[in-house]
Design a protein around this ligand. Structure first.
Ligand code: GSH
Length: 241
């Protein structure tokens, strides 16, 4: 059974089906979106159980003691940490392979993935300050430049003429860049003149079926982020069941 509304502490866990892959997720989590992108891109059959991250069910904490989504479960296997779940899926479902087979290309992508965690830190710094902290904004831009350069060298996608794991790994934060742009009237945090290649890449990414399947529009993201900032995250925006 696939669920939409999030399960909170005290709820009973939906019964597992033997052999069925399950994703524990939160609809607006960018890390879980990485896993959802890979699942969608590879047309993998799975079910989703969304979790209330403020009031976590006991059975969720039993599966991931870190208390973080995404988590994958299938029979006796439990896997968490977004990068690990994505690699696992790419290994177990090798069709539409996303990780380069060439060891050097794979290593270069890994370096960019490592660098991306810095970008994420400055992304949230810029977000929290609503662009009013010039140091956070400058740091975010500085950490975005290697990605602008990589796209310029590689083509349409980080994977060249087709999307790779790196494209899906970084996409969730670029999807949310539009939210930042909408929130900030005094400064554009993602100026096309500074990042022309990334700007073009964002538009191409939006046409991918996996992205279309997993993305939310800017207004919905904004509503979620505001509810989260107010300490009352609305995980179930727009859901009736
Ligand atoms: N390093 C983790 C980070 C995942 C993460 O931070 N997920 C957030 C939601 S976006 C979460 O589960 N937060 C719950 C908490 O911090 O208690 C990964 O890559 O999977």
């Amino acid at each position: 059974m696939s669920t939409l509304k999030s399960y909170a502490k005290g709820t009973e866990m939906p019964a597992l089906t033997p052999g069925k892959l399950r994703l524990y997720s939160m609809r607006f989590c960018p890390f879980a979106q990485r896993t959802r992108l890979v699942l969608a891109h590879k047309n993998i059959e799975f079910e989703t159980v969304n979790v209330d991250l403020k009031e976590k069910p006991e059975w969720f904490l039993e599966r991931n003691p870190l208390g973080l989504v995404p988590v994958l479960e299938q029979d006796d296997k439990i896997i968490y940490e977004s990068a690990v779940t994505c690699d696992y899926l790419d290994d177990v479902y090798p069709e539409n392979k996303l990780t380069p087979s060439d060891p050097y290309s794979k290593a270069r992508d890994r370096i960019l993935m490592e660098m991306f965690s810095k970008l994420v830190t400055h992304y949230y710094g810029t977000f929290r300050s609503k662009g009013k902290d010039p140091e956070a904004l400058e740091s975010m831009w500085k950490n975005m430049l290697p990605f602008e350069k990589a796209i310029a060298e590689r083509g349409t996608y980080f994977g060249g003429d087709k999307p790779s794991m790196l494209d899906f790994f970084v996409w969730p934060w670029f999807e949310r860049m539009a939210v930042m742009v909408a929130m900030m009237s005094e400064v554009n945090p993602f100026p096309a003149e500074k990042f022309p290649k990334l700007t073009a890449w964002v538009e191409v990414m939006k046409t991918l079926p996996a992205v279309k399947e997993t993305m939310f529009d800017t207004t919905t993201h904004l509503i979620f982020l505001q509810s989260n900032a107010a300490g009352k995250p609305n995980y179930d925006i727009g859901l009736t069941m």
